[in-house]
Design a protein around this ligand. Sequence first.
Ligand code: S3P
Length: 443
Amino acid sequence: MECLSIRGPAPPLIGRLRVPGDKSITHRAILLGALADGTTEIRGYLTGDDCWRTAAICRALGVEVEGWGSPVLRVHGKGLRGLREAEGILDAGNSGTSLRLFSGVLAAQPFLSILTGDASLCRRPMGRIIQPLRQMGASIWGRAGDQYPPLAIRGGPLRGIRHASPVASAQVKSALLLAGLYAEGPMTVVEPAPSRDHTERMLRGFGHPVEVAGRTVTVPPARSLAAVPVEVPGDFSSAAFFLVAACLVPGSRLTVTGVGLNPTRTGLLEVLRTMGAAIEVQGSREVCGEPVGDLLVTAGPLRGVSVGGALLPRLVDEIPILAVAAAAAAGETEIRDAGELRVKESDRIAALAGELGRLGADVAERPDGLTIRGGRALAGTSCSSRGDHRVAMALAIAALVARGGTRIADSACIRTSFPDFVPLLRTVAPAADPQVEAEDQNA
Ligand code: S3P
């Protein structure tokens, strides 16, 4: 196992950096590329393990994916009906997006598919896709009474339905919209609050109409999708770690360039500004139907904030780093309506309370979130990612403002979404000396 060590407190973070491509958009570009007619060229894509799983599943289904790791990834589409039965089990690793989005596609293919993942993914809820896919006519089963992976899918004809999802989840919405491409009649998903809309935007880019009315999204059945070049913007969720680092480390002035600023993703920007952060958007532009800009952050004091309701899906992946900002802020922060965090790559509510608590933060669990009393001085110590990439990176940023050395156990998971995190951290905070070490199993 690997462990990440960091020494705080770090001197000011100064300069410019670019974060890797957006994970959600990369998944969708590979997957839609596989289903399109023609070759989809993808630039700026994320080479993290999660997206590699999506590419590997495409390959197992007979799609040629060429150039992984080079500047341009080429997906030679097979058309909507050109996938072939895989010879083995499809392994999504740690990636909920791969497993859920492919379930929607495979529910419509005339063959058998078995999908699984790592120990964490095999504990994550799948009833939320199995039930509506069955209502569409799919034959799909999961472990433990259709709750968890592995999933078995015998694909076949589907019919469009109107599904009111009890959770605001882009993975659920996307799985059903993708299944809807193959259904008889239109497919409608209604969400309790809007989740990220990259699938909708990219389907339009590939030439398929999507109707959006508030929280209701409808797709008609598709005859074909047309390959288009895709340029993936920087991942706001990866940028978030550096944005908060620059807010917290006194004297910092940092620009993160080329960041995706889709409003369904940027809830953290609004929350940080409410907390008093100085973040400026520069050079706003649009790339492949997604808003993009550069973010200039200047360090300054933060105050506690109350977060909940419809904002939650717009910062669902940023709660770990928001908790770090809250621990450093003056006053109390309350995070409500975040029960979904219990079923992410780890139980993030328990992980943040436990691990930030080890560093000296006052973080209390609520059933649906956290109460954080900020302003306590943090002290470096041993802690663990609990196998969760975003917990690992949030702890790394907390370590920059903690006094003394911090060791984050089980840090290799960072590669799922941000393979260059440690080298980038080293460029902007060399004095904190971030180092990946082999973990001493006997320590
Ligand atoms: C994602 C959706 C979110 C998010 C995940 C990526 C996506 O999950 O947490 O990191 O790409 O659709 P949910 O849909 O389960 O909220």
